[in-house]
Design a protein around this ligand. Structure first.
Ligand code: LLP
Length: 420
């Protein structure tokens, strides 16, 4: 459920016509709904109300400060993957006691910063990283709380680029090596072992892979207990999918119903890292048709947004629904088109071979489900300034990130003296 819909022939975000946003901030732009963000957070958080838990929003999905502030105000923590994300989270007011830090390549500076901020725990991905964290913790005079990220070798049945819990993946520690690594970690003076973490992939549309993974992890928790290693937190990662097209992913409540019988009796605090399911359908990308082009083999609608603004179609072949902002336009005869951007790459498209009601130059379109992994994956390729982000709350439009200027494009660049 989201707050983007047609009303009296116009596409709205909450109480605001999208055309008004386009007029005020220009196109392309990202638009997020405050009401949807909150509803999605509480759908997830509320589904687990019977088990002690922390929702740590996976901020890699959308790390705008205002979005993080919304999450923090609702009681969310965050899952971070870099020093930059730690910086943003603290700036947005996320309590360090609800921050967990994942990622295969944390460097010493990032580890030290997280220790100084006193985050809840590190999700550790390798033997070498356990030792590195111990060394940094010793140097800053702290004890690091850690969970080991276990690779349960479960097929999440999603796109290979976003599968992370299989043997061939770079993520996590193999389940059969886990006990050995836990013992080693527990023996280190500046490490406190507190948790087990498992994240198997993203955009999962079934609960079975979650259940299979958790069964393996719960077995491990029993073994650890028998060895005197007392686990307090079980982190089930993120990964719940959303509807981009025809998918019928489980609801957070379905996930909770499926896993509660496996985890409720353990007396642990659950940590969860949902990203896409919170923000994905809370955001759209608004773009304007520039030109129509009839090719020899194909027809193209050339729009002002491109792969540098929304990379998912180019990178994963991802499907994003595209709706006309003027509802009337949606009733025109349909044509098969590619929706492409101005970037000089054949791979620059927002939709391929899409049957779409005829579009006219100057018309606005909404690229749906763009709130997760949208702006955060944007780049300046082709020296295109990154586009604004707007948060709608009721009748109000709040610009939460300005459109970049040409000066922003060259910020930090220098022409050395010998070239002057
Ligand atoms: N926890 C960990 C350890 C993760 O690696 C991820 C996502 C999440 C949580 C959040 O997963 P979510 O709930 O959002 O599915 N750029 C790709 C998605 C990459 C996901 C990376 N890890 C895309 O656009 O589909």
């Amino acid at each position: 459920m989201h707050n983007f819909e047609y009303r009296q022939g116009e596409f709205y975000c909450e109480q605001v016509p999208v055309s008004r946003i386009a007029k005020e901030v220009g196109t392309p732009c990202y638009v997020y709904s405050h009401a949807t963000l909150i509803r999605h957070f509480h759908a997830y958080d509320g589904a687990f109300k019977n088990i002690p838990h922390i929702v740590a929003f996976a901020m890699k999905a959308n790390s705008n400060l205002a979005v993080l502030r919304v999450m923090a105000k609702e009681g969310s923590g965050v899952d971070i993957v870099s020093g930059g994300e730690l910086f943003r989270a603290l700036k947005a007011g996320v309590p360090p006691s609800k921050i967990v830090f994942a990622g295969v390549g944390k460097d010493a500076g990032e580890i030290a910063d997280a220790l100084k901020a006193d985050i809840l725990m590190f999700n550790v991905e390798s033997s070498a990283e356990i030792r590195a964290i111990n060394d940094v913790a010793a140097s800053v005079g702290k004890k690091a709380r850690i969970a080991l990220r276990i690779n349960p070798d479960v097929d999440p049945k999603t796109h290979p680029y976003i599968s992370t819990g299989m043997k061939k993946s770079k993520f996590g520690i193999a389940a059969d090596r886990a006990l050995e690594e836990y013992k080693m970690a527990a023996s280190l003076s500046h490490i406190e072992v507190v948790g087990v973490h498992a994240h198997i992939g993203s955009q999962l549309t079934e609960v079975t892979p979650f259940v299979d993974s958790l069964k393996k992890v719960v077995g491990l928790i029993g073994t650890l207990k028998a060895q005197g290693i007392n686990i307090q937190y079980l982190n089930i990662g993120g990964g719940l999918g959303i509807t981009y097209s025809e998918e019928k992913p489980p609801l957070p409540q379905d996930l909770s119903d499926a896993i509660s019988p496996i985890v409720a009796h353990l007396g642990l605090t659950l940590v969860m890292e949902p990203g896409r399911v919170i923000v994905g359908n809370a955001g759209i990308l608004v773009t304007k048709a520039l030109y129509l082009k009839e090719g020899e083999a194909k027809n193209f609608v050339i729009v002002d947004a491109a792969m540098n603004d929304l990379l998912r179609p180019s990178l994963y072949g991802a499907y994003h629904e595209i709706k006309p902002v003027n509802e009337e336009a949606g009733h025109r005869a349909k044509q098969q088109v590619d929706i492409v951007g101005p970037v000089c790459e054949s791979g620059d498209f927002l939709a391929k071979d899409r049957l779409l009601a005829a579009v006219k130059p100057g018309e606005l379109m909404a690229v749906m489900s763009a709130g997760a992994y949208g702006f955060v994956m944007a780049s300046n390729y082709n020296s295109r300034p990154r586009i604004p982000e707007v948060l709608v709350q009721g009748e109000d439009i709040h610009v939460i990130r300005e459109r970049e200027t040409y000066e922003d494009l060259v910020k930090g660049e220098m022409i050395p003296a010998f070239l002057k």
